[in-house]
Design a protein. Structure first.
Lengths: 338, 328, 338, 328
């Protein structure tokens, strides 16, 4: 499914249009813009010393974040990972709560206990970020088993990075899911690096998706910066999972525009390389916007309006989170045991 | 009075839990037709089928994770680690995910899993199949740790552990599987976090866990013939530890000996001693509180070396006697 | 390389003859017979209560045990696993020491500390059995790194079972070895079961060897009951490793004739199935003997003599081990720290 | 006197060890061009090349195993776990293989590895990146456990750990990396297993580890102004624990407070208390020995909650004062 020379494709657009409707497509672009605006803001806040701890930004990966999650419906579940602001925003559409969590305030999802890597909105099906690389993969097996046992019409999607595919947990989880034909969709966000390690120093294989063969499940490498490609592939995987046809491994090729985390000097890559991934033919937002314009679904004015909305929602979120009270230390022990 | 073995008691607990609640499932290696490495799950695959008795490939992290994921989805998985030692492959899922998730997510989720760890030495299985790791888990907030020493407690505590809404590490002992005792037929619960005084005595408080409980009781019998009256206490739940009965006992006896099979250094005995000496019992101590534990060596395979590495009945008798006679 | 209908093949015989000479081939058969006689005896000893702890017998896997190790030379290293009597015998040719270890006596390799799963003869390159399924795989990476750093003309071979290939350790180790092109040969003894789990309940793939593709290394499935096939394949893998061409995964198809360990009721398989694997066209010893007879290297008389020698060596070993002193408990703490 | 940060001191120790001995190699994630998550290995890839500075994929069990295998082959690998928490993925290789192999093989092999664990909380990294696990390893015969609290000790103990023929768990603290102190230029060794008395005092023995050592010294300063003289002791090596200096100190002061960041239950403090009360010091105790430790909760991310979960300077001052004034 991966196309080296990305062009505007009308065929996938029609498929997505059918599934999501024009509003769904517009919402998706709005969500991607929200993520971008949000993350740019968080980056500034961090530099200004207004957030604490670590930070892993989703900039550049918006098409994967949103495209994959739009393929789910209510009742489905998913796990995020350490780079999860984009997932949280795409799913909950609640920049205020995400921002509150990042700032360690109340009013978010986790009241100062979780923070950037550990948000969750369990009732909605968002089963949480994870500070442990590949940490969600074994858990997704259990969610799959629960769905199967209860014969629910639901699937579990789990995001992880290219680096995570070298953890033993990846191997064990995919094998177990394949054996039980669990309704789990594994979405690998291959953003070209794991911290300082480029994918070609971490794998001796052409693609991570090819590892699916080791478990007897389908694997696809897709253009993770193309909303339509992501949506289409994940949507098909979700359909298979719902039909009882078992798990799928999806490798979405994308790029991390910012450093790995706050402490990254980025000695392992060139500025030029980063810049190339920001060009209009690669940037996921510019590409999707242009597709929607070419497809006659939006015009330039709509795009500008969406962008303005995203910016103002982020500003509101910041204001709101800054105004929110800090957690009350007397509640420290509240959640250790049920 | 009906007697069952510890193994049968555990099996019956699983049957009663699974009969009563369709959310209870089992996950582990060879728990199906094989009946588990120690026969605890015998017959359960036939009875409940492969959707509830999930026989897995050899993937301990995968098993631990499947338990966490199932538990956060509202099931009540009972995981089987086959040998306690193999939990070294599942620590991340149990400790970093299962135990911490509820706090990280500010109470949004609970993780009602039970992880069964068949532990302990004495079978000649060698250094990689004989470990006692309970204090690792005692050191992890978010977990509960249970360690039954009798068939009665095995059943009652397992049923309570399955009911519990938290991740529970359930430490069994291989040498206890054949130990028989009175086990009622009904699905009784022994509440977690309740220490039991097994024998009253005025001269010494002897706290023991798991296999050591039986030895402690035997030692108490022997010592009684010398006129030494030992109070034998089994905490049964190590986290949360119900320490008041221990403290009250030491206030009465003035002397404390803690016995466990795990090595002494960094072990659970230190916790018991530290709690007692920090309590009101401090003022009542007539002798230094002591620990007796496994030797500081990986458990050797051969019989004589293995026996030398583990606390024996006569070691307990000797240390207890010394303590009571103020010979330490 | 796997042939469904096994026939006597002269081509591989000539190759092995060239590498090992007629004496080497004869020795190899003797070694296989020693393993068989030894394990039959240990089984009896166990039933008679003269050994303690667990036991995992190598009966049926002799061609893999011996064939793989004959491809190594002095200076090479290897790791065994829990089912390691055959490896220990094939490498050290010392039934007395192996028996002493199994009986927990002195005079073996490990003086009562190790036992059946934990023998080693480190100086000779036998880096030990292992009680942990897949436990040796991560360690073999370190041995490979040491060989590479010191530019030694050596390789490291590691045995493991079919069940072990589902552990995360397998995944991590093979990936790391591939990235550094380490001189490690992974020999999977696929004996059809992992305890009670048949391979087709543990894998959703045709072969374990196919997983090699997930790491970009060569993988071969061979007839593990054919000494020549095993020797040939491992020998080639060793050559590649010595030449700096990196690791190889070899899957040797074989069968565990006895129960998994002492406590196995074998409800998971039929007696018939076991019997089929004991037929002359499948039994590794009968097959190799017949090949050597057909090849004119041995005659029936030689075979009978080899068998008699094997039996008497095993009897000696038992006598010797029974006579050996038990370990002295005062030495309990001798080896904890260097 | 030359000053270096703890980070620089560790880096210098690695350089001196690697210069002196070609068998010393480094294995870990992002230890090459990135210089390690905390900058400790900065510059070493350029200096020693990729055969000795082995930048791995994200495979902690693989890393731990590579260290064990390299060590049993005669190299002296220094593994980097990036965050202490990730050792939960390598427990099997470290505990069941590295620590036990020498005994299992009756002394045929030694396993001279060092595993660096950057641990501790205080950076807002959240529950999965803030753990203190030292007592798990203290509980494992065959391992040594080292925990430096100053730049000086970081260098001297790391050099000694690399020299040591046993597997050594080397517990660093993230908040100490920038802590500066006097560090001589030569490749000095601080022997493992030697407790250090950092400040003499007659009223209370205060045993602290890692980051808590600095707080303990500050607390001692504050208490001195009230006329309370605190003796501050840093064991530095937790296994084997050099306890005589602690015991002798308590004999002089009659009072003991142990402070660590790890949670109290099942922690290293229990070991210290149990050893002291089992010793001759028992007869000299004027007050119950106490522990002060992290709260029994996964470390929360936000500043106020995190601070509430960790022992603070004022907590030490308060507990020490209470103990000395017999208010417990
Ligand atoms: C088990 C574990 N090992 C290492 C880390 C440290 N770490 C955090 S993110 C990261 C890189 C992950 O790379 P990838 O999976 O590709 O995700 P990305 O950051 O590129 O989104 C590393 C090494 C961790 N959090 N958990
Ligand atoms: C990590 C671990 N998990 C489980 C076991 C228990 N166990 C010992 S051998 C075995 C089966 C291994 O199967 P396989 O790898 O195919 O080897 P085989 O016994 O068939 O030779 C199991 C489950 C173990 N020793 N270590
Ligand atoms: Mg990445
Ligand atoms: Mg097998």
């Amino acid at each position: 499914m991966f196309m080296q020379n990305v062009s505007v494709e009308m065929q996938p657009l029609h498929l997505a249009l059918e599934a999501l409707g024009p509003d769904g497509l517009k919402d998706s672009l709005a969500s991607m813009m929200l993520i971008r605006a949000f993350e740019e803001q968080v980056d500034q806040l961090y530099l200004a010393g207004r957030t604490r701890g670590t930070l892993h930004l989703s900039i550049g990966q918006e098409a994967t974040n949103v495209g994959a999650l739009r393929a789910l419906k209510s009742g489905d579940r998913f796990f995020s990972h350490h780079r999860g602001h984009g997932h949280a925003l795409a799913w909950t559409d609640s920049p205020q709560r995400v921002m509150a969590d990042i700032m360690g305030k109340t009013g978010g999802f986790c009241d100062g206990f979780g923070g950037t890597m550990h948000m969750a909105d369990v009732k909605s099906g968002f089963l949480g970020g994870n500070g442990i690389v590949a940490g969600s993969l074994p858990m997704s097996t259990g969610v799959g088993l629960a769905i199967r046992l209860r014969a629910e019409d639901a699937v579990c999607l789990v995001f992880f990075g290219d680096g995570a595919a070298n953890e033993g947990a990846f191997h064990e989880a995919l094998n177990m899911a394949s054996l039980s034909q669990l309704p789990v969709i594994y979405v690998c966000e291959n953003n070209s690096y794991a911290m300082s390690t480029p994918v070609n120093s971490a794998f001796n294989v052409e693609s991570i998706a090819s590892r699916a063969a080791a478990y007897g499940i389908p694997g696809f490498t897709i253009d993770g910066n193309d909303f339509l490609d992501v949506f289409h592939c994940v949507h098909s995987a979700v359909r298979r999972a719902r039909n009882g046809d078992g798990p799928t491994l999806v490798e979405a090729l994308t790029y991390r525009i910012k450093g790995h985390s706050r402490s990254d000097r980025q000695a392992y890559r060139s500025r030029d390389e980063v810049r190339r991934w920001q060009e209009p033919d690669r940037d996921p937002i510019l590409r999707f916007a242009s597709t929607l314009i070419h497809g006659g679904i939006l015009d330039e004015g709509d795009i500008a309006a969406l962008k303005a909305t995203a910016n103002s929602r982020v500003d509101d979120a910041v204001a709101c989170a800054e105004a929110a009270p800090k957690p009350d230390p007397s509640r420290l022990m509240d959640h250790v045991y049920a | 009075m009906r007697e069952l073995s510890y193994r049968e008691a555990l099996n019956e607990a699983l049957v009663q839990a699974m009969d009563a609640n369709p959310d209870v499932i089992l996950i582990g290696e060879d728990i199906g037709s094989y009946g588990g490495a120690f026969g605890v799950t015998r017959g359960l695959l036939d009875r409940y089928g492969p959707m509830r008795v999930i026989d897995t490939p050899i993937s301990e992290a995968g098993i631990a994770g499947a338990c966490v994921g199932a538990a956060m989805s509202g099931l009540r998985p009972v995981g089987d680690m086959q040998f306690s030692d193999f939990i070294t492959l599942g620590m991340e899922q149990v400790v970093l995910q299962g135990a911490r998730m509820r706090t990280m997510f500010a109470g949004q989720v609970s993780v009602p899993l039970v992880m069964r760890l068949p532990g302990g030495a004495g079978t000649g299985a060698g250094a990689q199949h004989s470990g006692s790791y309970e204090n690792w888990f005692v050191h992890v907030p978010g977990l509960k740790v249970v360690m039954p020493a009798s068939a009665y407690d095995a059943k009652g505590l397992l049923l309570a552990a399955i009911d519990d809404d938290n991740p529970v590490i359930f430490c069994e002992h291989k040498l206890l599987y054949n130990a028989r005792g009175h086990v009622p037929e009904d699905a009784y619960r022994e509440p977690l976090g309740v220490t039991r005084i097994l024998r009253k005595g005025r001269d010494l408080t002897l706290v023991a866990t798991s296999l050591m409980v039986g030895l402690a009781l035997e030692a108490a019998d022997q010592l009684a013939e010398e006129g030494i009256e030992v109070e034998v206490i089994d905490p049964r739940t190590l986290r949360p530890l119900d320490d008041p009965p221990i403290i009250e006992s030491v206030i009465r006896t003035g002397r404390l000996l803690v016995v466990h099979e795990a090595v002494e250094t960094g072990g659970f005995g230190g916790e018991v001693v530290a709690r007692v000496v920090a309590s009101e019992a401090f003022d009542y101590l007539d002798a230094p509180p002591l620990r007796l534990a496994g030797k500081e060596v990986p458990v050797p395979q051969s019989e004589v070396l293995e026996a030398a590495a583990l606390p024996q009945l006569q070691d307990i008798v000797r240390d207890a006697r010394k303590l009571v006679r103020n010979q330490v």
